[in-house]
Write a protein that binds this ligand. Structure first.
Ligand code: SF4
Length: 401
């Protein structure tokens, strides 16, 4: 195998024996062990485990079961781990089972209790001068980017890059600046557009992605909800009053890559590792705060020291697995299921301008890693099928009989 390929470890949910030694937890532990051997944790290093703890009624975030195992493994290496996320998610994390007691380490709001503990980082992109980087993350010595891989409304996919690009900044940066990158290109001609046309367009959009404030004469597209179905363009009859600029969709992806790069600049490369959980692969991300049907089967977990490789491997595995068509929510009326088109499942669901690989391509161009990877499966079903399991125990350590 060529040495310029990044190693990506893969643990599948499929197993070769119904036994603990071949289980998904055993694979996760092994991948964590392999990665922790390859990064540097000095004694008393503060180790940030950046994950999304979810909101409200969302329960498809990474189970505390795995967080605790990761925390214990970091402690064994001499590090002082802490779980971190935005202050809102931290505040009500207990509703989803995450507490200091269950995780085994403190849970710290990433940008302080009032979301104001930040440092500006200069980006100068599309008129956006600075982003407010979260202080608790910047203070850490080591970063473990622990991400849930799933769909995302604005760009098709959310994983390791999105976990940092949006999750490592204050709320105003996340919502106004990073999402705002899509709103720089003009998509509504104020001079030519009438309030009557604006109202008709709002009515006609099948996804409620358009809104109009008559008082301010402000017309807005919510790029997260837009499926690029072109219904609004058809109503415009080619007059050019409303546009669907391709570059607006790319801008969010490029902005995410830039934001992530700024986070990574604050860590030494030997002090960062990535774990992506390819489970509960839903249409939208966990910010929605509600359960959703999985549109792709559970696949497993991947881990790497290379963010581009881990994201590429994640997307490739999801593409190979394909959509569970019957689980696609009925309100999504523009899913492209044409088998003759070589599309990623997330593009099929979110629309042609939402290419999940795009932000990864930007990240590679910025030098954050390589898309060339070697997938190393840990304890594959083929391997464990041939292995002799230890004596089976149904109620071991300790037993209460
Ligand atoms: S392209 Fe379709 S989904 Fe997007 S704003 Fe226009 S009508 Fe709405």
């Amino acid at each position: 195998m060529s040495s310029d390929k990044a190693k990506v470890y893969f643990g599948s949910v499929q197993h070769g024996k119904a036994s603990r030694f071949a289980s998904f937890a055993a694979k996760f532990d092994k991948i964590v062990e392999l990665l922790l051997e390859q990064i540097t944790i000095e004694k008393k290093d503060k180790v940030a485990i950046k994950m999304h703890l979810g909101f409200n009624d969302g329960y498809q975030t990474i189970p505390v079961f795995f967080v605790r195992r990761l925390v214990e493994a970091v402690k064994k290496k001499g590090g002082y781990p802490f779980v971190t996320d935005n202050p809102t998610a931290v505040y009500n994390a207990v509703s989803r089972g995450y507490t200091q007691e269950t995780c085994g380490c403190p849970i710290i709001p990433i940008a302080g209790v009032k979301d104001g503990y930040t440092t500006p980082v200069e980006v100068n992109y599309r008129g956006i001068d600075t982003l407010d980087l979260a202080g608790a993350l910047k203070d850490a010595d080591v970063l473990i980017d622990l991400s849930h891989a799933k769909g995302h409304g604005s760009c098709g996919y959310g994983g390791a890059i999105k976990n940092l690009a949006l999750g490592a900044y204050s709320g105003p940066t996340r919502w106004r600046k990073i999402h705002g990158a899509s709103h720089v290109d003009e998509y509504w001609d104020k001079e030519k557009g009438s309030p009557e046309l604006a109202k008709k367009l709002v009515e006609v959009c099948p996804y409620g992605a358009l809104s109009y404030n008559e008082e301010k004469n402000e017309f807005r597209r919510n790029y997260h909800d837009c499926r690029q179905c072109r219904t609004c363009l058809e109503m415009d009859h080619g007059a050019g009053v409303i546009k669907l600029p391709r570059e607006s969709y790319s801008a969010f992806n490029e902005m995410m890559a830039i934001a992530t790069n700024e986070v990574l600049k604050t860590f030494k490369p030997e002090k960062v590792m990535y774990l992506n959980f390819l489970m509960w692969i839903t249409t939208y991300c966990d910010c929605l705060g509600c359960g959703q049907p999985s549109i792709v089967n559970d696949i497993g977990v991947v881990g790497s020291k290379d963010i581009v490789a881990v994201e590429t491997a994640t997307l490739d595995l999801i593409k190979k697995e394909g959509l569970i068509e019957k689980n696609i929510p009925p309100y999504n009326k523009h899913v492209n299921l044409n088998p003759d088109e070589d599309l990623h499942p997330f593009t099929r669901v979110h629309g042609p301008y939402k290419d999940p690989y795009e932000t990864v391509v930007f990240a590679e161009k910025m030098g954050m890693g390589t898309s060339k990877y070697e997938l190393i499966e840990i304890l594959s079903a083929e391997e464990t099928m041939k292995m002799e399991p230890p004596k089976r125990e149904f109620e071991g350590e300790p037993t209460f009989f």
